[in-house]
Design a protein around this ligand. Structure first.
Ligand SMILES: Cc1ncc(COP(=O)(O)O)c(C=O)c1O
Length: 401
């Protein structure tokens, strides 16, 4: 949705402007402030901000931003709390430990020091860049590559509605709402395109490309144009270790992989993401980042605890799958064609205007996202706890009947 439509749609929502936070109220009244606000916020953030205008007590189900409702694990909270005693110091050593933890988790080499003997060989040799969420690294990549040419994206995908900020060439998804890799490979032109952005699993569709097909695409396209694979939801895939594209980095291909801890590890408010790629590729984008210096010690210490808490991640995946199955079964039984989801949300076409649906659900205390593409209104519902999903299915039944 572009900024203009968002404003129109938001204003049409049944939430009154008086209930909106001060920032939004100002934006409603003042076109200059509105423009500034829209330039600053991603569409995802804008939707979350609008939904946040509800009094917390009225919220029964927060299913609009693909967050993890189970929160930080007990071990993560302990690590965060313990880190506070050291939080008066800069987090250099902890940052090095985090690089090592990511390198071990994802099988990516640590930069070797020139003297050999392992250790830290410097930012210019790093296969890992840290960011305040993957948003910092995604924005940095778009800023860098947009200066060199047009960015090819699937339509819709996570960034396809950011069209007013970056030059984009949108390639429609296939009839089964999958990336049309054949069409993209045919269309790619190194004289025009500087980057191909692939979101896998895709947001908002939730579906996933077969790994071998994506690998073939990368082999064919990446010698001509860099491929950025946004793996924000890869942890929910059937086989994250083999479905991810890290092996293509190790083969030396022009590939950047983006990861976030906001989803499986519940770090949306803690803010930590990272990019993996050849050092020279990451150096290109790092000039638009804080090079990991924007991270706080509690976030870094919490992340390392979260990585090592396999019991908790299993619990989150099991509960996500239980809630996902319940919701997909409900919608299918009610006659909706849900796109098979490999993420912590699902998308399905609806028979009413998307904004009308979100507005009515919001009055029920249920927050979801609407999309419009392919001449069709869609509802994207994040996967929450069973209580939240039951609140969603009850309210949905009420508002569509
Ligand atoms: C596909 C995708 N990429 C990136 C992000 C940004 O996540 P964060 O900045 O929290 O890491 C999101 C957030 O929902 C997303 O859906």
């Amino acid at each position: 949705m572009n900024r203009r439509n968002w404003l129109k749609n938001s204003a049409a929502m049944t939430v009154g402007a008086t209930a909106l936070p001060a920032l939004l109220q100002k934006a409603y009244a003042d076109p200059a402030a509105r423009n500034e606000l829209y330039m600053d916020l991603s569409h995802e953030f804008r939707a979350a901000l609008l939904a946040d205008s509800m009094p917390p007590a009225a919220v029964k189900a927060r299913l609009s931003a693909n967050e993890n409702p189970w929160g930080l694990s007990a071990k993560t909270k302990t690590a965060v709390n313990s880190s506070l005693t050291e939080a008066n110091r800069y987090a250099m050593r902890a940052t090095m430990d985090l690089y090592k933890a990511i390198s071990e988790k994802d099988g990516i080499p640590m930069p070797q020091s020139p003297a050999g003997g392992g250790g830290w060989g410097g930012a210019s040799k790093s296969y890992i860049k840290l960011g305040c969420g993957s948003t910092e690294l995604l924005n940095a990549s778009l800023m860098h590559f947009a200066q060199k040419g047009t960015i090819m994206v699937g339509d819709p995908c996570y960034i396809s509605s950011n069209d007013e900020r970056y030059p984009m060439d949108k390639v429609k998804l296939t009839a089964d709402y999958q990336y049309d890799l054949d069409a993209m490979a045919k269309k790619i032109d190194p004289a025009k395109h500087s980057l191909v952005y692939i979101c896998n699993p895709n947001n908002p569709t939730g579906n996933m490309l077969p790994a071998d097909k994506l690998r073939k695409f990368i082999d064919e396209v990446s010698p001509k144009v860099t491929v950025l694979v946004d793996e924000a939801y890869i942890d929910y895939a059937t086989n994250p270790k083999t479905d991810c594209m890290v092996d293509k980095i190790k083969e030396g291909k022009n590939v950047i992989v983006l990861r976030t801890l906001s989803k499986l590890y519940a770090f949306a408010g803690m803010r930590l993401g990272y990019a993996l790629g050849k050092p020279e590729l990451l150096q290109d984008i790092s000039k638009y980042t804080m090079n990991g210096f924007g991270l706080t010690l509690p976030t870094i210490m919490g992340a390392m605890a979260a990585f090592s808490d396999a019991e908790n991640t299993k619990m989150v995946l099991d509960k996500t799958n239980e809630s996902k199955k319940y919701t997909a079964d409900f919608l299918t039984k009610a006659g909706y064609k849900v796109i098979p989801s490999y993420a912590n949300f699902m998308l399905f076409p609806v028979n009413m205007k998307g904004t009308e649906l979100t507005g009515k659900l919001m009055q029920e205390g249920v927050m979801v996202r609407n999309w419009f593409f392919d001449g069709q209104h869609w509802c994207r519902v994040s996967i929450g706890t069973m209580d939240e999903m039951k609140a969603f299915t009850d309210s949905f039944t009420k508002v569509v009947s």
